[in-house]
Design a binder for this molecule. Structure first.
Ligand code: SF4
Length: 513
């Protein structure tokens, strides 16, 4: 029998009102009453392997309770004199205040956590060419050979993309030039930077420029221009020579040597901290976490971002060569993180960036600017990619998917579509609709939801559905594994590890008890 008869949809209003009385009680009915007189505030929970319960709430507060305290809490019988009561109260899992103040405070914290939504799309990626001198098997962008200049972005396309960039209401914008190898079309980068700077004299935005490059085409002229316009460089470094050269082949087989030589040149002109590096984990990398971290330390970096391979571009085409299980990545991540903690303990300050992002979410009241793990997803509303041909994609991953023939996340084209049509259109709205983890099956009641996010492009690419299926999702498995590891260390790690994590999250020096 249906819970609500069909007649309610057709009967006159009086009948509907009668049904409403049956379905909905007076407001007081829903006021939570507990024997101890406190009100339980919204929370999620999970049982930990040692029997304790991890509780989290929507603003990211967390608490471990033993089973007895947890049972008392949910039964409404935990005595106000108990230590756990005060912890639950301080972290806003319960309130015994008759005023609305605690709820207003919770709302303020919630707004702070969600302030990444403010300003709309901040990261604008210009894919200035697909040409590249490397032929990395995992290449996520389906690059073309250096001679194919028809895969370069034109000035006309770039000018339209710049119009869209300034269409964004964000007061602070980040412009990232990507490829292929972006410096193979440096003339266009220079042209764009000069146009954007010129136009920004009237706009007055805070604009940051980054060039993603393998550094091989670097010249003195390029470096001078980057120095004059405060442009940062972001390069790739997969580890020591035997890993980097195997992962990133180029004619001559000297990708590592070229990268290191030009890294030093770039640092000398731009400043040490204006050149960053990213690594991609391949099956070869999995066996060498210490060597990869050691290479970053040797090259003077103070951080590494342990990135798993993405299911796009040649990474998918070469699936048999490049595939590894999420659990293999998690073993690699844990081993590398353990090594990094030991380095810090021995006096070498060094950060694992992904852990740092998650710890900022767990240990501070603030949002991070990381668009790849948020709810709703950052695609379109946080980041956008302008392809060389003028097509506009909701994210760089959406653009990579298009290079594989799937244009599902194409927002439009700079020549034919308006800002409003693209950023307020059906594709952008679908992305937002399908990526609020508060409503996604599996995520909605997951204890890690306050810190996690959704990636509808990844879900679509791997499961054929933007919402995805959590029990079989590699994205979920990876994040569940990382959260379990970090919370395990926050619970059972030694004092140094906990202090180190607080220091990573807050940017403050390590304070040890
Ligand atoms: S993706 Fe997985 S880990 Fe993240 S919130 Fe959803 S269920 Fe939890």
């Amino acid at each position: 029998m249906a819970l609500i008869p069909d007649s309610i949809l057709t009967e006159p209003l009086g009948a509907a009102r009668r049904w409403m009385k049956v379905l909905f009680q007076q407001a007081e009915f829903y006021q939570p009453q507990t024997p101890s007189g406190y009100q339980i505030l919204p929370f999620r929970f999970a049982r930990w392997p040692d029997g304790e319960i991890l509780l989290t709430n929507e603003v990211g507060e967390f608490l471990f309770l033993d089973e007895r305290a947890f049972d008392q809490f949910v039964e409404g019988t935990i005595p106000p004199s108990a230590t756990a009561y005060r912890s639950l109260q301080a972290a806003q899992f319960l309130t015994d205040c008759s005023s609305t103040l605690p709820l207003e405070l919770l709302a303020t914290k919630y707004r702070t956590k969600r302030d990444f939504l403010d300003g709309f799309t901040k990261l604008h990626m210009f894919v200035v060419t697909l040409r590249c001198d490397h032929s990395c098997p995992y290449c996520q962008v389906s690059r073309v050979t250096q001679d194919k200049t028809r895969f370069d972005m034109s000035r006309e396309t770039a000018a339209k993309a710049i119009d869209l960039l300034f269409g964004s209401p964000a007061p602070a914008l980040k412009v990232e030039f990507q490829g292929g190898e972006s410096l193979l079309n440096f003339d266009l980068i220079r042209w764009c930077v000069e146009r954007i700077d010129e136009r920004n004299q009237a706009e007055g935005r805070d604009i940051e420029f980054v060039i993603a490059t393998n550094l091989s085409p670097l010249s003195d002229e390029i470096l001078e221009f980057c120095a004059a316009h405060a442009i940062c460089l972001s390069t790739s470094l997969d580890g020591p020579a035997f890993i980097h050269n195997a992962n990133r082949p180029r004619p001559g087989g000297d990708s590592y040597e070229v990268t290191i030589r030009n890294l030093e040149r770039a640092r000398a002109v731009l400043g040490h901290d204006r050149v960053s590096a990213l690594m991609t984990t391949t099956p070869l990398s999995l066996q060498h976490p210490r060597e990869i971290v050691g290479e970053y330390v040797r090259q003077g970096f103070d951080a590494i971002f342990l990135r798993s391979i993405s299911p796009y571009g040649f990474a998918v085409k070469g699936r048999r060569v490049l595939a590894y299980e999420t659990d293999q990545f998690l073993s690699f991540y844990r081993a590398a993180l353990d090594h990094i903690i030991e380095l810090n303990r021995q006096g070498t300050p060094f950060v694992e960036v992904y852990s740092q992002i998650l710890l900022q979410k767990i240990l501070t009241p603030f949002a991070t600017g990381y668009v790849d793990l948020q709810s709703p997803a950052g695609a379109a509303i946080g980041a956008v990619a302008y392809n060389y041909d003028g097509d506009v994609y909701a994210s760089d991953e959406a653009r990579m998917l298009a290079e594989m023939g799937d244009t599902s996340f194409r927002l439009g084209n700079v020549r034919t579509d308006s800002y409003e049509a693209m950023f307020g259109g059906a594709v952008a709205r679908t992305i937002v609709d399908t990526s609020c983890i508060e409503t996604i099956p599996g995520c909605a009641d997951c204890v890690y939801a306050p810190y996690c996010g959704s990636d509808p492009v990844f879900n679509w690419a791997t499961q054929g559905d933007p919402i995805g299926h959590r029990p079989t999702s590699a994205f979920c498995r990876k994040h569940m594994g990382i959260f379990e590891h970090l919370f395990g260390l926050l619970k059972n790690g030694d004092t140094f590890t906990k202090s180190l994590f607080v220091s990573w999250a807050t940017g403050q020096p390590i304070v040890q008890a």
